[in-house]
Design a protein around this ligand. Structure first.
Ligand code: 2AM
Length: 224
């Protein structure tokens, strides 16, 4: 009999070290608290609640399940496109269990997801699969994604609204980046201590951090 091929993982990515994870969870929760109290946010609250008179506790609204990480390749145990090819790359094999520093440059909040935008270094981009930015993107947005630098989708999902899958965070991030590239200026811009907050319509918020937050992380695979 042929030896069984080793099963592929659920996904590969950079996992924040646990002490960093705690720090990031605390500071991003603080941001949600701040956002919740802003008049500009309250004005658009119906995008989150469906009702302008209802309040929302954003800290309860978003839930996380898996350790905080930045996905590189989603494999779905081998069912996802490109999974096997990725697992076989020498750079992937050589990078398992190595440590790196992820640079978080912004935060996004939408009615569906809460995420941290990560800016990848050239070395980190060598682990970024070709075409990863485009996976699952609605046809209408594909042309826009092609105008963005490779790796624009890189992010850490910090939380999802009830019933929303984590894959949505990357899609929301790309949509925001495409809107920012366009001619239209953000409807609302506000200077906060943390950085510049902009509103992009339909409940989509982007905070450009004044200073990038560096997070130590380990490249690894994950299976449930
Ligand atoms: P995320 O990277 O936006 O957080 C397990 O589901 C992990 O794989 C999650 O982190 C999730 O989203 C990511 N993921 C799930 N499905 C995906 C897909 N089709 N493409 C890319 N990433 C996916």
């Amino acid at each position: 009999a042929q030896p069984k091929e080793p099963a592929l993982p659920m996904f590969y990515g950079w996992f924040l070290l646990s002490e960093v994870e705690e720090k990031i969870k605390c500071s991003t929760m603080e941001f949600l608290k701040t956002l919740d109290t802003l008049e500009a946010f309250k004005k658009q609250i119906s995008e989150f609640t469906g009702d302008a008179d209802k309040e929302v506790d954003l800290e309860q609204y978003f839930q996380t399940k898996i350790p905080l990480h930045c996905t590189t390749q989603f494999c779905d145990y081998g069912k996802a496109e490109g999974a096997k090819e990725y697992a076989e790359l020498q750079v992937v094999k050589n990078s398992i269990d190595t440590q790196t520093e992820l640079s978080v440059v912004g935060l996004i909040v939408t009615p569906r997801t809460f995420g941290a935008r990560v800016s990848l270094t050239p070395e980190q981009l060598s682990l970024w699969p070709t075409g990863a930015d485009k996976v699952g993107i609605p046809q209408a947005d594909l042309a826009g994604v092609e105008t963005l630098p490779v790796g624009s989708r890189a992010h850490v999902t910090l939380g999802c609204a009830a019933g929303v899958e984590a894959v949505q965070t990357g899609i929301d991030l790309l949509e925001i980046l495409i809107l920012q590239q366009g001619e239209e200026k953000a409807a609302t811009e506000e200077e906060l201590e943390l950085g510049t907050l902009s509103y992009l319509g339909k409940g989509r918020w982007y905070l450009a951090l004044r200073e990038a937050v560096t997070c130590d992380a380990t490249f690894s695979s994950f299976s449930e």
